[in-house]
Write a protein that binds this ligand. Structure first.
Ligand code: ADP
Ligand code: GN1
Ligand code: MG
Length: 358
């Protein structure tokens, strides 16, 4: 067991560290709250960054530092309007411990709250507003960003990984997954057709977040209004449709991402309208016609990609995502597939709503 207080003490923390406490969120990093001076509200967030998933943590931290500095210069409350990276005492943006683990610290945003799902239209509206504001804030960030995860939302690259995973069959599970595999294969051409529009530059490249599920945004605990986007590890250049897509996957789901009860899972049109209403109120005039054309489809694209990623991890023997029980990735696959089919059934209606807003 690591001495977390000792690790936290490597950073330029103000006050005396009193304790650290694990925060059981996120599938990739390990997150801890850091308390100082005996206070009851945390002062900092300490994270062990997963350097298997993010092979170049220094480059990732460099992205985060530069983007957050850019945002800070533009928002009215720089300490709550984005993350604040706390450097290590040697000035680096991370600390590498003797075991080779990478650690980073940022300020705990006071009076904030995060959610696992949107259960009110107001929350979905605030989330949409938040992503819109975030996209606007970074739209004039013109410096290059490091690619922190190769081909993250590039379905062509994902298919390459997928084909290799099927051929390798590392956990001996492929034979039992005929139906699930057909869900992926039957939509392969459709998804590649969309991605090709991005590859050809028909869909523009912008600065994007790439992990916009609801738990990666903080809301004001006092009144539920949106504070900021967090979990900036995957900030990269891509299409903003990846962000709207991942947000729709998360905010519109009437069930949990890993719901065992599939009757609970589906896309809520009410949440879709609320989320998109918020998003378009900020970004409506900034989007190109082709981005608008694919806005609703973006939800299908990322939900499909998520089905593929969960299933591929199950096929690989559960090496990427944290799992709570042996079949967890398969349960996630089924739940996300149910969501995908619900989105497919409602695509025309979603497009109709977007067209009305234009
Ligand atoms: P992961 O990469 O593992 O998903 P996150 O950076 O999303 O980790 O952090 C996990 C959770 O910790 C968030 O959903 C949020 O509840 C909380 N959190 C993270 N950073 C902060 C922060 N700066 N202030 C307050 N809460 C935070
Ligand atoms: C991971 O890190 P976290 O838990 O916010 C994953 C996302 C997935 C998501 C599924 C770097 O997000 O891409 O959509 O789980 N992040 C990474 O819940 O792979
Ligand atoms: Mg997160």
């Amino acid at each position: 067991m690591k001495d977390l207080n000792k690790i936290a003490a490597q950073f330029a923390i103000e006050g005396e560290i009193s304790s650290t406490k694990p925060l059981g969120e996120g599938f990739i990093n390990d997150t801890y709250l850091v308390f100082v001076n005996g206070e009851s509200e945390p002062a900092y967030i300490l994270q062990r960054k997963n350097h298997i998933v993010f092979p170049d943590v220094p480059a990732m931290m460099d992205n985060i530092k530069r983007v957050t500095e850019h945002i800070k210069a533009k928002v009215s409350d720089p300490l709550r309007g984005t993350l604040t990276v706390i450097p290590a005492k040697d000035g680096k943006l991370y600390y590498k411990d003797e075991d080779g683990s990478y650690w980073a610290v940022c300020l705990f945003i006071k009076g904030s709250k995060s959610y696992d799902r949107a259960d009110t239209a107001e929350l979905a509206y605030q989330g949409g507003l938040g992503l819109g504001c975030f996209h606007k804030l970074v739209s004039d960030f013109n410096e290059p960003l490091h690619e922190t995860i190769k081909g993250f939302h590039n379905i062509r690259w994902r298919f390459q990984q997928w084909d290799e995973a099927l051929a390798k069959d590392a956990a001996g599970r492929v034979a039992s997954l005929g139906e699930e595999i057909s869900w992926i294969e039957s939509r392969r051409a459709q998804m590649l057709e969309f991605w090709e529009k991005y590859e050809k530059g028909i869909i523009p490249t912008r600065v994007t977040h790439n992990d916009t599920k609801i738990s990666n945004f903080l809301f004001n605990a006092a009144d539920g209004t949106l504070l900021c986007a967090i979990d900036l590890d995957t900030m990269m250049s891509s299409t903003l449709l990846n962000d709207t897509g991942d947000a729709l996957r998360s905010y519109t789901n009437t069930g949990a991402e890993d719901d065992k009860d599939l009757s609970k899972v589906g896309m809520s049109m009410e949440m879709f309208k609320a989320y998109m209403g918020g998003y378009l109120s900020v970004m409506g005039k900034e989007l190109t016609p082709v981005e608008k054309e694919y806005l609703a489809f973006s939800g299908l694209y990322i939900t499909y990609e998520q089905v593929l990623r969960f299933l591929m991890d199950y096929i690989d023997g559960d090496t990427y995502y944290k799992t709570a029980y042996p079949e967890h990735n398969l349960v996630r696959t089924h739940a996300q597939y149910k969501l995908l089919t619900s989105m497919e059934q409602q695509l025309d209606q979603m497009n109709g709503f977007i067209a009305e807003q234009a």
